[in-house]
Design a protein around this ligand. Structure first.
Ligand code: CDP
Length: 576
């Protein structure tokens, strides 16, 4: 069966074996017997067709954009987020990856949010929630004269529902849970993921304020406030809570932090409402009922003769913005409120993947000043071109309805989208494009993948080329490398190659944060980045990183210390 779909059309597209496997399992439309009824190129055609057809509504011939959208996807130069690939042109037609739902402080509202979450997960989207409005554990409930159980216990209901739904079998449901630093249940929240397996379908982040971060720096106290009464319940020493957050993050990877004031300062439609939450992986701060469509340019394909091909990058940026703006109209939303709020701001998030592979091709080590500078130049360029395109679309098709009073109005006479850029994790689409994910360093230069009882050795393709060109390639060496993923201790590999091919765990964590900050400077939404730490990293390392992210004006921070969870997504260790 696999063979059947490894036919000519696959070869046309030069897809990797892993890409084909992922597409067959979850992306290609299936018939009644469960077998795919389309090839990957037919999938791209379906998506290009559906998304370009929107041009007709605005009086344009969709023929040109269809060809262009097909070209950039089938060349793996640009890919939209997974739900767009899976659902465009189908009856379900839900195309967004990211949603934020409000959770108000009443039984009816909490369970309404739960129902809405289930509809979104079923359609392939992920959900973020702020639980900050819920009254704390032990607070009074007037109608029943009982006591409230608090945000953390309600979160566990959302978690269990997620477990049961499993996103229509295509994706596991993903959630973000946020609680403000001044909520009376904050300690229970920070500790909530200590037990492995509890709240497994949630990433959690503490929503911190400038006031709190300053209290940490000056070693002073801050107030906990009951959201129901608005009254101070207690004063805590900020450093104690900061220590608790970083200790738990050191132990389990959770919680992260999001910097609420920085997010709202830079929110282009701050006149509409205050942002309290992000989507599951943190890269899109959203208002209640907003959704966002993401797409990523494969930077590894933007290199020609060892330099960046700026013209190609510009074309893909313009087409990417056009594509994502069309997605807003092509989308079938799971709720009327989501349809309305999404179209009021028309937020989109064009970003990048394959950064680390691009650096390798350009001969720039990820942990170098040149890398940081290059990252800033690239993102600045993408942002400027994205805005140009959105202004042009605004002139032709109208500005987003909340444009008046927005930060854009000060600079431009029209703008189609309230936000244009996001750096997504690109967890799956980077596998389809066969490149490094998002802006992350390469995780391992070679590793062993367990596939249905067999173990396959996979070598990073850019590294493999260099190893062959420089004559140090051997199967034995690649096997050796797969034990740690790294070549830093292998003297048989030339020094300049070792310096260039640094992995996620090889580099000082500071470089991770600086790279995130470099992108954040020119990204109007947020940046997905995991600061990967070696197992031996200390608690002070984690504290330093969390503080550094704040000082460098990041919108959030997430770390992961290798080995701190039993079931890790990315595992080293060679053949077992
Ligand atoms: O690569 P892909 O388009 O599949 O997704 P991603 O870039 O790794 O993740 C983008 C967003 O998709 C996440 O922040 C979530 O909002 C959502 N997502 C989800 O709902 N469920 C998953 N299993 C993975 C991602």
């Amino acid at each position: 069966e696999t063979k059947k779909y490894l036919g000519i059309k696959h070869d046309d597209l030069k897809l990797s074996v892993n890409a084909i496997r992922v597409l067959e399992r979850r992306y290609l439309l299936k018939g009644e017997n469960g077998n795919p009824v389309e090839t990957p190129s037919e999938m791209f055609e379906r998506v290009a067709n559906s998304v370009s057809s929107i041009d007709k509504r605005y009086g344009y011939n969709p023929y040109d954009s269809k060809a262009e959208f097909y070209r950039m996807m089938s060349n793996l130069e640009f890919l939209p987020n997974s739900p767009t690939l899976m659902n465009a042109g189908t009856e379900l037609g839900q195309l967004s990856a990211c949603f934020v739902l409000p959770v108000e402080d009443s039984m009816k509202d909490i369970f309404e949010a739960l129902t809405n979450m289930s509809l979104i997960h079923k359609s392939g989207g992920g959900t973020g929630f702020s639980f900050s409005k819920l009254r704390p554990n032990g607070d009074i409930v007037k109608s029943t004269k009982g006591v409230a159980s608090g945000p953390v216990s309600f979160m566990s209901i959302f978690d269990q529902a997620t477990e049961v739904i499993k996103q229509g079998g295509k994706r596991r449901g993903a959630n973000m849970g946020i609680l403000r630093i001044d909520h009376p249940d904050i300690i229970e929240f920070i500790n909530s993921k200590e037990k492995e397996g509890y709240l497994d379908n949630f990433n959690i982040s503490v929503g911190v304020t400038d006031e709190f971060m300053k209290a940490v720096q000056s070693d002073s106290k801050y107030d906990l406030i009951n959201p129901r009464t608005g009254k101070t319940t207690e004063k805590l020493r900020a450093r104690d809570i900061f220590d608790l957050i970083t200790t738990m993050a050191w132990r389990t990877g959770d919680p992260g932090m999001i910097f609420l004031d920085e997010i709202n300062r830079r929110h282009p439609v701050s006149h509409v409402r205050t942002i309290e939450s992000t989507n599951p992986c943190g890269e899109v701060p959203l208002l209640p009922y907003e959704s966002c469509n993401l797409g990523s340019i494969n930077l590894s394909k933007m290199v020609k003769n060892d330099t960046i091909n700026w013209e190609k990058l510009k074309n893909n940026t313009h087409s990417g913005i056009h594509f994502l703006d069309n997605v807003i109209d092509a989308n079938k939303y799971p709720l009327n409120e989501i349809d309305r709020e999404t179209k009021n701001n028309r937020k989109i998030g064009l970003g990048v993947m394959g950064l680390a592979e691009m650096f390798a091709k350009l001969n720039i080590p990820y942990n170098s000043e040149e890398a940081i500078e290059t990252a800033e130049n690239i993102m600045k360029f993408i942002n400027e071109e994205s805005v140009k395109k959105s202004v042009e679309l605004g002139e032709k098709r109208g500005s987003f309805p909340n444009f008046k009073g927005s930060q854009w109005e000060k600079k431009y006479s029209s703008m189609r989208n309230a936000t244009v850029n996001t750096i997504a994790p690109t967890g799956t689409i980077s596998i389809i494009a066969n490149t490094s994910s998002g802006i992350e360093p390469i995780f391992a230069l070679s590793f062993v993948r367990n596939v249905m009882a067999t173990q396959l050795l996979e070598v990073n393709p850019v590294f493999e080329n260099v190893a062959k060109e420089r004559n140090f390639y051997s199967k034995d060496l690649m096997m050796d490398i797969s034990k740690t993923g790294s070549i830093q201790n292998l003297k048989q590999v030339p020094k300049d190659v070792r310096d260039l091919f640094v992995t996620s765990l090889d580099i000082d964590p500071e470089w991770h944060v600086r790279m995130q900050a470099a992108f954040q400077k020119y990204v109007d939404n947020s940046v997905s980045k995991t600061v990967n730490l070696p197992e031996k990293a200390t608690l002070d390392d984690v504290k330093r990183i969390y503080m550094m992210a704040y000082k460098l004006n990041c919108k959030g921070i997430t770390i992961y210390r290798y080995g701190s969870k039993e079931n890790q997504v990315l595992e080293l260790g060679g053949l077992k």
